[in-house]
Design a protein around this ligand. Structure first.
Ligand SMILES: O=P(O)(O)OC[C@H]1O[C@H](O[C@H]2O[C@H](CO)[C@@H](O)[C@H](O)[C@H]2O)[C@H](O)[C@@H](O)[C@@H]1O
Ligand SMILES: O=c1ccn([C@@H]2O[C@H](COP(=O)(O)OP(=O)(O)O)[C@@H](O)[C@H]2O)c(=O)[nH]1
Length: 463
């Protein structure tokens, strides 16, 4: 049986009992890895001394082998905080204005990819199938091929692929495009991402899509496809049901239970449109006097990538904005914006999603956005809340029952919030059923199976 090797920057390690960590993708990949005697390789999350030689520490847990490497601070700064999160992340999210390109950081990015390839090569067996995840590791297949690797290698991009004129602002965009052509399958969340990718190849004159789900570029033929990631839908439904019956949890929520709750859940990231959302919520309150004192925005926002300057600046800006709205509009017994910088566990999130009458998911741009899907899966089928969703989230391509909004237009967002709050129950149920049918059929296990079966079919032209 061919083994499955998953490679990603972060590795979701199991807890001390060997259970997979929370997160639909981690659970689905864990299940696939267990079936296939698999191995998951990536960064340990630890920093090593500059002088310590690179090494892989392997450990077994729950039927899976984890192969982890520490990174030196310089590697982390240049590869993760630098090129990945100060060039690729902003540019792929169409924020050219925030990109800070430095040649040294780009070198660090390639150095860490070479390090991953060096460490992985000795572990590989002839029939292993390799699945590489995300923008941190675009060059990995090319590096593995250089070292003689002839295995099938798939790549999945979790963030959007940008339009050609935006990608071309990365000084080494052609190296990235060429790097992807070393894979046997390249997967995206949406058809828009795939067509942007193809447009980049065409404009560069180095390739195009060809019949049958293939792409020909840089002299190689490889598969390309659309694989929208999803959640463990059944698990989220059941977590929300349990939360609704959990007296301790309900007691915790007592203080907000009497209000109409509008919920936002996002990492503190500029791509998520959190400040635009707070501005829109303020407009909504100002335009709807009768909501004053009755409706609140519960914004759960764990801090993220705090070593990257743009993220650090955002921490201050969003906190100040929330404080200003509360200062201007709040009263002694009502705080309009509950802004929380903590990461909550899934059972608690599921309960809060269920309690909220509106899920406000308004990224400026997002690969998929799993929160949108979780909000839907957590609703009470007899009295569901309404999802207000940015048209620029990958999830908008699938969740047709959502109220779609333009996150750059605060007035239309304010209007959408009011529309969601007054929507009659039968309309809410109809919208929810359509979205839930999609999520039940296309859960994260389906995503994983679809990608892997396509990768198994992919003709390995490197063999
Ligand atoms: O690892 P971090 O730097 O802390 O960031 C967390 C993850 O953020 C990104 O998530 C993306 O993947 C989601 C699942 O496919 C998708 O729904 C979302 O739209 C994306 O933003 C990133 O791509 C991951 O690699 C990070 O681990
Ligand atoms: O306090 C929190 C906030 C978020 N999440 C989870 O983080 C994921 C966020 O994924 P999404 O695709 O929405 O965005 P990303 O952060 O990956 O860009 C979702 O599964 C959330 O349930 C969580 O577990 N606790």
């Amino acid at each position: 049986m061919a083994r499955l090797i998953v490679v990603s920057n972060r590795v979701p390690l199991p807890d001390e009992h060997g259970s997979p960590p929370p997160g639909g993708m981690a659970i689905a990949l864990n299940a696939a890895l267990k079936k296939k005697d698999g191995l998951w390789m990536g960064w340990s999350g630890e920093v090593k001394g500059e002088e310590e030689p690179p090494a892989l520490i392997t450990r077994e847990a729950g039927g899976i082998t984890y192969a982890l490497t520490d990174l030196a601070q310089k590697d982390l700064d240049e590869y993760y905080n630098g090129f990945a999160n100060r060039v690729l992340w902003p540019i792929f999210h169409c924020r050219v204005d925030l990109a800070e390109y430095a040649r040294q950081e780009m070198s660090g990015y390639y150095r860490v990819n070479r390090l991953f390839a060096d460490l992985l090569m000795p572990l590989l067996q002839e029939d292993d199938v390799i699945w590489v995840h995300d923008y941190h590791l675009i060059p990995l297949a090319e590096e593995l091929r250089r070292r003689g690797c002839r295995n099938r290698i798939g790549f999945f991009l979790h963030i959007p692929w940008p339009p050609a004129d935006i990608l071309f602002t990365v000084p080494i965009y052609d190296t990235l495009l060429r790097g992807l052509s070393s894979y046997d399958l390249v997967g995206f969340h949406t058809g828009y991402d795939l067509s942007n990718f193809a447009e980049c190849l065409r404009r560069e004159g180095c390739g195009d899509l060809v019949e049958g789900g293939f792409c020909r570029a840089y002299g190689r033929l490889f598969r390309c496809g659309v694989f929208p990631i999803s959640i463990d839908t059944a698990e989220f439904e059941s977590l929300a049901d349990q939360a609704a019956r959990d007296e301790a949890l309900q007691e915790n929520y007592r203080r907000i239970a009497g209000y109409d709750v509008v919920i936002g859940v996002d990492r503190l990231d500029y791509s998520k449109g959190i400040d635009q959302r707070i501005v829109a919520f303020r407009r909504f309150l100002q335009a709807n006097d009768h909501r004053i004192g009755k409706t609140l925005l519960l914004q759960i926002t764990p801090k993220s990538r705090s070593e990257v300057p743009e993220y650090l600046a955002m921490q201050k800006d969003v906190a100040e904005l929330a404080g200003r709205v509360n200062g201007d509009l709040g009263t002694i017994d009502w705080v309009p914006v509950h802004y929380i910088n903590q990461s909550l566990g899934r059972p608690e999130l599921a309960g809060l999603y269920r309690m909220a009458r509106v899920g406000l998911v308004t990224p400026l741009r997002d690969g998929m956005n799993l929160v949108a899907k979780e909000y839907v899966a957590a609703q009470n089928p007899h009295d569901p809340g309404v999802l207000v969703l940015s048209r620029f989230a990958g999830a908008a391509r699938e969740l047709e029952g959502a109220v779609l909004v333009n996150p750059y237009d605060p007035e239309s967002m304010a209007h959408a919030i009011e529309r969601a709050l007054v929507m009659p129950q039968d309309a809410r149920i109809e919208r929810w059923r359509a979205m839930m049918a999609r999520l039940r059929e296309h859960d994260v296990y389906r995503w994983c199976d679809d990608f892997l079966s396509c990768l198994h079919q992919a003709q390995n032209t490197a063999r």
